[in-house]
Design a protein around this ligand. Structure first.
Ligand code: TXA
Ligand code: MG
Length: 326
């Protein structure tokens, strides 16, 4: 029954137990839209093999339709039916799957991911998530599942079921609630298309860990001679309503404050990503804290300087997008 679903729907809140997982998989198989937990962020999932189902994602998110989506699979064996893995791609998949890494590889001749999910490209973005609930749904669905972050386009990525509902209630069929996500920033995206692997988006697997596996520095997409090939990397992407001021020493009058590391100061509208200066904890809190500070209605959120190493690269990437002029 791949009928187009009505624009306005009742969004069911499903508990992530055996029956909730079975119902989520059944909805996906029927062409529905279900927000699923992954270890990075909640994904807005649909049957990647159905152009109609995938179209629903773009409608619910109000996402520009030229953005290709990540297809999620339960394991490397099913992923290898969809894409062609060269030696680097295989080494990276073996090192980091299941986990917060997405590989962009040439689509195989038997690739069943729809043209719409691939935005017409000859490549396909594949990920095997580590979250046990995501894994169970993917097993039960038995097909690649497309899932961008479960937020409206241009808004902050959802790291809890409540965040999903704040953006998408009435627009999707269900949200499968498994509590807050662990990693908090999206997967690292690496393209293995023609020789040197390229970093398309920093994320949950730090760059140094990837470079260790491939034994050389990653080429950064957008470097001289390499046009950015990930059209989803719009400059203004992770956007709160407030203006965002980066690398701040301290909040100015009237500003909300997003801190990092030990701080002596008291401030009314402030949250600290990690008082102990732990980048993993900071990544897990990033989107939720941005939302909470935004809800305080201040004109500007001032953000402390975050170190650029490890997960700090992904955190700073998201913060720069949040601060980009729009
Ligand atoms: O952690 C994550 O990756 C989350 C969870 C839900 O898995 N998903 C996610 O998906 O962030 P999405 O759709 O928001 O990000 C997809 C990114 C975009 O930047 C898109 O342009 C890029 O992947 N992408 C997808 N297919 C591509 C391709 N064939 N070539 C280049 N970039 C591609
Ligand atoms: Mg997103």
């Amino acid at each position: 029954m791949n009928q187009p679903l009505p624009a306005s729907r009742q969004t069911k809140a499903l508990v992530a137990d055996a029956s909730g997982i079975a119902e989520a998989a059944a909805l996906l198989r029927a062409g529905g839209l279900v927000a699923l937990p992954t270890e990075t962020v909640y994904g807005l999932a649909a049957d990647a093999t159905s152009g109609t189902a995938v179209a629903g994602i773009y409608t619910a998110k109000e996402r520009p339709s030229f953005n290709p989506l990540i297809s999620h699979l339960p394991d490397l064996a099913t992923a290898r039916r969809q894409g062609l893995f060269d030696a680097n791609a295989l080494a990276l998949a073996q090192a980091f799957w299941p986990g917060p890494l997405t590989l962009v590889v040439p689509a195989s001749s038997g690739c069943t991911v729809s043209d719409l999910a691939r935005a017409g490209l000859p490549s396909v973005a594949l990920r095997v998530p580590a979250h046990p609930v995501a894994h169970a749904v993917l097993e039960a669905a038995g097909r690649p599942i497309a899932a961008p972050s479960a937020n409206r386009s241009g808004r902050i990525s959802a790291t809890s079921a409540a965040h999903v509902l704040a953006d998408l209630d009435g627009r999707i069929d269900a949200v499968l609630d498994a509590g807050p996500t662990e990693v908090g920033v999206e997967s690292t995206i690496v393209a293995c298309l023609d020789g040197a692997p390229r970093l398309l988006r920093p994320g949950g697997v730090p760059r140094a860990a990837i470079e260790h596996v491939i034994g050389r520095p990653l080429v950064i997409a957008g470097d001289a001679g390499h046009a950015p090939i990930s059209p989803g990397m719009l400059a203004s992407h992770y956007a709160p309503a407030a203006r965002v001021r980066l690398d701040a020493e301290a909040p100015e009058d009237g500003e909300a404050w997003l801190g990092f590391g030990p701080e002596g100061r008291e401030h009314a509208a402030s949250l600290n990503l990690s008082p102990s200066g732990d980048l993993r904890e900071a990544a897990a809190h990033l989107f939720g804290y941005m939302r909470r500070l935004d809800e305080m209605g201040r004109k500007t959120i001032a953000v402390a300087r975050i170190p650029e190493h490890g997960l700090g690269e992904a955190i700073n990437d998201r913060l720069r997008r949040a601060a980009a002029p729009r």
